[in-house]
Ligand binder design. Sequence first.
Ligand code: ATP
Length: 514
Amino acid sequence: MANDDQFKKVISHAKEYGYVFQSSEIYDGLSAVYDYAQNGAELKKNIRDYWWKAMVQMHDNIVGIDAAIFMHPTTWKASGHVDAFSDPLIDNKDSKKRYRADVLVEDYCAKIENKIEKEIKKAEKRFGDAFNKEEFVSTNGRVVGYQEKIDSILKRLGQSLEKEDLADVKALIEELEIACPVAGSRNWTDVKQFNLMFGTKLGASAETAMDLYLRPETAQGIFVNFLNVQKTGRLKIPFGIAQTGKAFRNEIVARQFIFRMREFEQMEMQFFIKPGTQKKWFEYWKETRLKWHQSLGLGEENYRFHDHEKLAHYADAATDIEFKFPFGFKELEGIHSRTDFDLKQHEAFSGKKLQYFDHEDNESYTPYVLETSIGLDRMFLAVFSNALMEEALEDGKTRTVLKLPAVLAPVKAAIFPLLAKDGLPEIAQQIVEDLKWDFNVTYEEKDTVGRRYRRQDANGTPFCITVDHDTLEDNSVTIRHRDTMEQKRVKIEDLKAIIKAEVDVKHWLQKMEM
Ligand code: ATP
């Protein structure tokens, strides 16, 4: 499937099977705002739990909090968001469409990257088994040329943004002859900065109301609580504070479905460390987070690190874990070495000390911070888009199957009576009653079993369990596996153990240790 088609399929499948709906659809929707439906809410919760268990439950030095979305407005002055949380925007004068200037340039580079991919595919075909991809990309003149072009464009973009040289960003767009995707023209305005925070008001009367922001990241809720948590939890450095929750950004390039939303959810962990140890911990968290991703089995080749040329105002090192979405490699998670910037800023703006007394070294200091920050919705899209496939079957037909990692699947098993009579529904219902204490399960009796299998395949359900007339004799049922379509006869009393072996978090998270 071409990438565009695959992405369209992902969006329509998400709707058709009750995963993601456009927000307020009956009023024609709200741009870049989405609702999670009955299956989507389960999948999202399971991803959140998988993260929380790996980060909080499995680390005795990481605790979780749940801070409010509203924060004192000075928080955002201290954090730098009031002054510096903006995107460089450019308008096309003909179409009147507004774009993020950096995204226009990045999209241009993505097109060159597509050319590289095409060269690789061609060579793969030509050389067959003898093909060595690494050697090819480092020696093929055309590919090397393309890569050098990408590197030099991104370097210049990074440097211009770093220096706030917006005139050069515009010059770059002009030199690359980037045209407006809508108007096709190159009639651009100057590039200007636009703050991404949503403002709101707290208070009853217009005169006394206080201007607030909806938080654009969850991290600050952790920083302002740092000392309270450290003291009440009697935590010793190094330790982490984790949190999941909503964040809001007035994104301009709000397309690509749930990849870039105006209201989204983050899963963040701030790890407080001794100054000077940040390089070691940066490497540690890069590796640990990548292992977490890989434990889900979405394919090692679908991840890569992208080190930042342009560092945010708070960071001394930063990398993204990028994932191969249907529209190419894009940021899924950020790992940032934030130094002591945030705590120092909050000390300065609040006038309160936010220092840690290190009993071992007998000294006080402001800890450094290493952050891991992942978008829950982006993770959802990564998992969902990777799982959706059309599979050719032996009989020449195809099946649509959503091969979600079993640990994340919304419904773990569907239980069917072969026929809706002869006492079979009662047994199937009893199995549902027994299993629902441990797993999210569902009951279905409509249509042929074959059609029920297909529906559950497309829904992402790892197991289907069928009760038939033999069950009446021997208390056994057929269990069918979504991915292999293999069917086995098993005893009803063994069902729980069979399902648990495949959906248990432990079974999946232990892969991080391999
Ligand atoms: P981008 O460059 O894509 O705008 P960012 O670098 O601004 O992302 P961070 O501020 O590092 O993102 O946020 C951490 C994570 O939060 C990102 O890696 C991403 O997964 C998620 N995220 C950020 N913005 C959005 C959004 N608008 N919609 C959904 N997820 C988002």
